[in-house]
Design a protein around this ligand. Sequence first.
Ligand SMILES: Nc1ncnc2c1ncn2[C@@H]1O[C@H](COP(=O)(O)OP(=O)(O)OP(=O)(O)O)[C@@H](O)[C@H]1O
Ligand SMILES: [Mg+2]
Length: 261
Amino acid sequence: MTEQLLVARDLRRSFTSGGRHVLALDGVSLTIAPGETLGLVGGSGCGKSTLARVLTRLMAPEAGSIAFMGEDWLALDGARLRAARRQMQMVFQDPLAAFNPRATVGGVIADALRIHAVVPRAERPKEVARLVERVGLPSDLLGRSIREISGGQRQRVAIARAISVRPRLVILDEAVSALDVSVRGRILELLVGLQRETGVGYLFVSHDLAVVRAVSHRIAVMAAGRIVEEGPAARVIAAPSSDVLIDLIGAVPRLNRNPRS
Ligand SMILES: Nc1ncnc2c1ncn2[C@@H]1O[C@H](COP(=O)(O)OP(=O)(O)OP(=O)(O)O)[C@@H](O)[C@H]1O
Ligand SMILES: [Mg+2]
């Protein structure tokens, strides 16, 4: 058996706000193998972004364990944590919140290359230009500040930054949701091509089942902080068992095999 890239076990996380207690993660377990895409779908508020944040250690779980590349990810610190961080990148649902809005497009990507010493300093500008081109952004955007570009452009900058450090795993939280159909197609092709080249794994979080179906090897369905269904993408969609997935399939005309029944 090949070693799993990521193994999360029984993750729990709750929030209390306005006197209300929400169990955002109620015992979530999942695995991602090298070169695999796990699609994660579920309705708004079911806990997808919380899971993404806990997996990337932006937020601590109250219980549970995460092994990443065979190491106890939640226990890593110091230099080993910094080295491992390069290997797990995240593209946020709200890319503006993830950037310094005054930073430039070129600066954001160059910083990632510098921090993780991906290429020698002299090659950085060329590498930045190559990445920007790969995500389909015009080179005259390089000097623009993050707040002066559109949401879809920001999302592509975030994707360029995430892949710039050649990670082993990328967690994409609604990463293509703000893109128009043609740009989205191009980005999905880029992600799939990169996976073939490098064996990168993806956790692909989206409310758009058609997009998830197109890129995922396996699909996990979340509802109220739990994974309620999980399996190979084709099988899960052909024979959904959870109400959430049945509803999601019904909402996508081309996945709905019996639209009139
Ligand atoms: N920082 C927080 N403080 C309080 N409650 C939170 C916080 N973050 C998330 N929650 C709550 O936890 C639950 C899960 O939220 P989460 O953002 O993970 O959902 P989601 O599946 O990503 O939803 P969406 O599809 O709308 O992005 C929700 O009830 C949300 O209100
Ligand atoms: Mg979310």
